[in-house]
Design a protein around this ligand. Structure first.
Ligand SMILES: Cc1cc2nc3c(=O)[nH]c(=O)nc-3n(C[C@H](O)[C@H](O)[C@H](O)COP(=O)(O)OP(=O)(O)OC[C@H]3O[C@@H](n4cnc5c(N)ncnc54)[C@H](O)[C@@H]3O)c2cc1C
Length: 443
């Protein structure tokens, strides 16, 4: 590798910003970020609508497994954030069950509770060899929990067959459960909700989650070139071509865009790599935000909806995260709810239908009343092309092959869709993936 290589980063989401942050902090100068959007943040951006409501791209909360990301947050947010305890619930069988569902089955109606408890007693094993996610659910949680929550929730969230998904990503994403813990929780009628890395989280005071990445970019504004969509990369000349007619060259390329799209813009094309990339699967998202002209006193942070009768799988009480998510911070006069609907890779998105079903669902659950329909001040909607990279059973074999090829070209694909690893796909993980690859390149 030549001295002082030119590092080009595609994308200004948390991963691209993580790479840039490391280079900036270490005084490295020969680098640039190209971003297709007119704003930074990627999936972690936020938007203020014409009525003054702020919306994130689905419920986003900040937590950190890494001291580097924690330090970054402290530095860019300058203490302008709020700290929250997760207060999350599940709506099933006309009941509200604290999240994680499996730890709180004593909140279910008696019949369903007994079914879930019996299922746990009868489950085939705690830790045993299974070949896909569906089997993992059934063997770990038994029939009842699988039926009332785990299978339906995951089918809805992934929009992908669970028996074609792997299990190695589960580790920190699904709470384990023991019969003894349930017995203890029943005794004290206790809510057991402390599990997981996001049980406490922070959220920016102003500007939604996207404020973090907007503020970061201010530190190295001259290095971030917005509205520059990369559309072709020549591997022989190491040239990048942009939709707006511009060109640039790289010695090292860090890609944070969707790996499948990225492989498609590499020339000369490598047919076996293109073919391998087509085996990677992902889903899409449609979000609907409802801005209401009244206060809603509901202390919950977010709620999961596993049942088919609701179109959304999750609703976030977004105005609880910061008063400035509603116009002028007037929590006494406004509130906002953010809902998420997942779509499979090729499913059509029908905006009008999704909005109507969302409002209907919110009324059916009692989160809105019929009278609230006339108090809807704002409706925000967004179709999100890349939502969840799916951990399919053959994913790692495909990724190994692709990365071996890319790295032979001095190209490193990182981040939620760049690495295609859901288990390393949160903001802290993606920031660190960018940070780590930049560190490796310039030490
Ligand atoms: C519904 C939902 C909820 C989530 N909730 C949380 C949460 O609570 N906490 C958490 O930590 N994480 C959460 N996440 C994950 C979080 O959004 C991601 O970790 C993060 O945004 C990924 O960062 P990234 O930089 O890897 O990718 P992205 O954010 O996808 O950024 C990639 C960037 O590349 C740009 N790009 C793409 N193609 C090109 C091109 N050809 N040329 C130039 N630029 C290009 C894109 O415009 C984008 O800005 C959630 C994600 C979703 C979908």
């Amino acid at each position: 590798m030549k001295e002082n290589p030119k590092i080009v980063i595609i994308g200004s989401g948390p991963c691209g910003i993580g790479a840039g942050w490391h280079l900036f902090k270490n005084g490295y100068n020969n680098w640039v970020i190209y971003e297709k959007n007119a704003y930074p943040g990627g999936l972690s951006a936020s938007f203020k609508d014409a009525k003054g409501f702020t919306w994130d791209i689905g419920g986003h909360v900040l937590f950190s497994h890494y001291k580097e990301f924690s330090g970054f947050l402290e530095e860019v947010l300058e203490k302008k954030y709020l700290v929250h305890n997760r207060n999350s619930w599940v709506r099933a069988i006309e009941s509200w069950i604290p999240y994680p569902f499996q730890n709180n089955i004593h909140y279910l109606p008696q019949k369903e509770f007994e079914e879930c408890f019996k299922g746990l007693e009868e489950r085939s094993c705690g830790i045993c060899k299974v070949s896909n996610f569906q089997e993992w659910i059934e063997t770990n949680f038994g029939k009842g929990i699988s039926k009332y929550f785990m299978i339906s929730m995951n089918q809805k969230m992934w929009s992908y067959p669970l028996d074609k998904m792997s299990t190695q990503w589960i580790d920190e994403r699904i709470s384990p459960v023991s019969l003894e813990a349930i017995r203890q929780n029943m005794k004290g009628n206790k809510i057991d909700s402390s599990w997981g890395p996001n049980s406490t989280f922070i959220y920016p005071f102003f500007g939604g989650i996207g404020e973090v990445f907007r503020r970061a970019v201010v530190k190295f504004r001259d290095k971030v070139r917005l509205e520059n969509q990369v559309y072709k990369i020549d591997l022989d000349s190491k040239k990048i071509f942009f939709k707006n007619g511009m060109e640039d060259k790289f010695d090292i390329l860090v890609n944070t865009s969707n790996l499948i799209d990225f492989i498609n813009i590499l020339y000369p094309q490598n047919p076996s790599i293109v073919k391998a990339s087509k085996r990677l699967k992902y889903n899409r998202l449609f979000i609907v935000g409802i801005g209401l002209r009244r206060e809603r006193k509901d202390p919950r942070t977010w709620i999961y909806f596993p049942e088919e009768k609701y179109i959304f799988y999750r609703v976030t009480n977004l105005s609880n995260y910061s008063p400035y998510n509603v116009p002028n911070g007037h929590m006494q006069s406004y509130s906002s709810l953010l809902t998420e609907i997942t779509l499979s890779e090729n499913a059509p998105a029908n905006r009008k239908f999704f909005i109507e079903e969302t409002v209907k669902g919110l009324i059916d659950t009692g989160m809105l009343s019929k009278a609230d329909e006339s108090l809807i001040e704002s409706i925000f909607s967004l179709e999100v092309e890349n939502a969840y990279p799916i951990p399919t059973v053959d994913r790692d074999e495909v990724l190994y092959k692709i990365n071996e090829f890319l790295e032979s070209q001095n190209i490193y694909s990182r981040g939620r869709f760049g690495s295609f690893k859901y288990e390393r796909g949160n903001m802290d993980d993606c920031f660190m993936q960018g940070f780590e690859i930049a560190h490796r390149m310039v030490i």
